[in-house]
Ligand binder design. Structure first.
Ligand SMILES: C=C(O[C@@H]1C=C(C(=O)O)C=C[C@H]1O)C(=O)O
Length: 397
């Protein structure tokens, strides 16, 4: 396939080379940075919640510096549950360059397609509805205010997935997303997330939480109506406010100042509308906080978990029949100065040869409807279904 990357003085052959299928190639692309890394110099699996985490990170960076790496980085994935092991690594080779420009060409690789030979939702449609209804009872009688519940779709495909082509297609179909391809022990975590938990550059923090969603429509007028309805939906505004309030409260003790929009704005992906709030905050100039310290205070936000966090976490463990692992966790990178960028691992797939697992979650508040949440999660999965070029599958069933 012939793809031109404008304003990009880089060897795209190498970027999208077939080496991507090797389990040691990492990519993270945002509007600010393109980080690529290859080869594992040191692994770091310490859970973020462990008392030794900060120390272990420092040891990795110190050892890299001894090896002669001037500005070492750590890249990889952090699980949804911070008590579980991370999969981070200091790469043998890495670079952080200008990202693909905003002119990144939207395109679709029409010849890239897959057929599903077997699939299974966990929970299935009936069990999902029962799970949401159980959550709704708890929401009405407990201190729980919001909970995010999810489903997974496991698929066997007719052929092994060509990861570089999948990544190209993901980027072409979702030009404004956070693109990532992260090697895990069990496969490759790859996707186009619309949501940034945190970016840190010096003492400036930036977060862009999303919550409140609607499926986009093909008809432009209907699509506009859907967006307006989302903007005016009290249920979705409430769902969104919970997330923004939680992030603001977590940041306040750490920062000197903060700027955020009073009202959320509407953003769209090719498949979804979302309510979005941009939050910018300044740490004290002499702050020694690293991006991991900030993540520990923020993650999981009520966009991925619920509120109050601990209670929502316990209910998720009790209600969801599957393990989330890295889904709704974080993917990104961090340097030795504590800067970095971590997107939320959603609209993504875990791929191992021809086996694929998708995931989608939705925020549940007292006014939620179980069937609507099933449809919302199906619509969210469509990002990756489209990226794989899967056409003969109605994921709403
Ligand atoms: C959990 C997902 O999405 C999250 C949940 C949203 C919601 O409940 O409205 C919106 C965006 C994300 O914060 C997902 O895509 O799987």
């Amino acid at each position: 396939m012939d793809v031109a990357f404008p304003d990009y003085d880089y060897d795209t052959e190498l970027l999208l080379s077939s080496d991507q299928h090797k389990t040691d190639l990492f990519l993270f692309n945002s509007s600010q940075n393109l980080v690529r890394a290859r080869g594992v110099s040191q692994k770091l699996v310490t859970p973020l919640s462990a008392a030794t985490f900060r120390h272990d990170v420092q040891n990795v960076f110190d050892a890299e510096k001894v090896k002669g790496v001037d500005n070492p980085i750590l890249v990889g994935a952090i699980p949804f549950d911070l008590d579980q092991p991370c999969q981070l690594f200091a790469p043998k080779w890495s670079e952080r360059v200008k990202p693909f420009s905003a002119n990144f060409p939207a395109f679709k690789d029409k010849d890239f397609s897959h057929h599903i030979t077997h699939h299974a939702f966990t929970p299935d449609h009936n069990d999902f509805v029962a799970m949401i209804e159980e959550a709704l009872i708890t929401l009405r009688h407990d201190d729980l205010k919001k909970i995010v519940l999810s489903k997974t779709l496991e698929m066997s495909l007719d052929k092994s997935v060509d990861i570089p082509r999948l990544l190209t297609n993901i980027m072409g179909q979702n030009p404004n997303a956070y693109h990532f391809s992260v090697p895990l022990d069990t496969g490759i975590l790859i996707g186009a997330s619309p949501e940034l938990l945190i970016r840190k550059e010096g003492n400036i923090l930036f977060s862009n939480p999303l919550a409140g969603s609607a499926k986009r429509c093909k008809d432009p007028q209907e699509d506009k109506r859907v967006a307006q309805a989302l903007n005016q939906s009290e249920k979705d505004q409430y769902e969104h406010r919970i997330v923004v309030d939680a992030i603001r409260s977590a940041l306040i003790p750490m920062v000197e100042s903060m700027k955020l929009e009073v009202q959320p704005s509407l953003i769209s992906t090719p498949t979804m509308w979302h309510l979005s709030t941009e939050i910018e905050a300044m740490l004290a100039i002499d702050s020694s906080l690293s991006i991991f310290d900030v993540i520990k205070q923020l993650h999981p936000t009520p966009a991925m978990c619920g509120t109050p966090t601990g209670l929502a976490h316990d209910h998720i463990a009790a209600l969801e029949p599957h393990q989330r692992d890295f889904f709704s966790g974080l993917v990104g990178w961090c340097d030795a100065q504590g800067n970095g960028e971590w997107a939320i691992a959603i609209r993504c797939a875990e791929v191992a040869s021809n086996k694929v697992r998708l995931f989608a979650g939705a925020g549940v508040v007292p006014d939620s409807c179980a069937e609507s949440e099933w449809r919302e999660t199906s619509a969210k999965m469509q990002t990756m279904i489209n990226a794989f070029g899967i056409k003969d599958f109605n994921n709403d069933d």
